[in-house]
Design a protein around this ligand. Structure first.
Ligand SMILES: [Zn+2]
Length: 145
């Protein structure tokens, strides 16, 4: 096993390996493969294969200086879109976290609206009929939770 690892390390030393451009091309290949499965398009398939071959070739390339500059150029050109993507993914994460928190709250709390001012209110579940005082308009009403 160690021998295998040693040989792998030796094989990859002095080669480019996986960088940001390589990862992007691999993702592109995966997306194209997915598209191929949906559309059965030969062009998508060929493009996917071309992307895969290109990413392998970059990974194994010994001219890592040239590959390094390609990667730097790629990062420079995609800086704007990568910033937007990271903002978007942060927003998505926040949305899912909020949805998860809401879901967890609904397990523990009954959520309902005040009959007079429609203020959203909550009370611990499973207490039967309780008297609720609205936090906004102070209307008192009976609610089963
Ligand atoms: Zn109210």
């Amino acid at each position: 096993m160690n021998d295998f690892r040693y040989r792998m390390a030796k094989f990859f030393s002095g080669r480019t390996g996986v960088d940001a451009l390589g990862r992007a091309v691999t993702w592109l290949a995966l997306i194209l493969m997915l598209l191929t499965m949906i559309t059965h398009s030969n062009i998508c398939y060929l493009l996917a294969m071309a992307c895969l071959l290109y990413s392998f070739w970059r990974m194994l390339s010994k001219n890592y200086q040239k590959r390094y500059y390609e990667n730097a150029k790629f990062l420079e050109k995609t800086a704007g879109i990568r910033r937007k993507l990271s903002v978007l993914s942060a927003k998505l994460m926040a949305f899912f976290n909020k949805a998860k928190a809401d879901y967890n709250q609904r397990k523990v709390y009954a959520i309902f609206k005040c009959p007079s001012c429609k203020q959203k209110l909550r009370a611990p579940k499973g207490r039967g009929k309780i008297q609720v005082t609205c936090s906004k308009c102070h209307t008192v009403f009976i609610k089963k939770v």
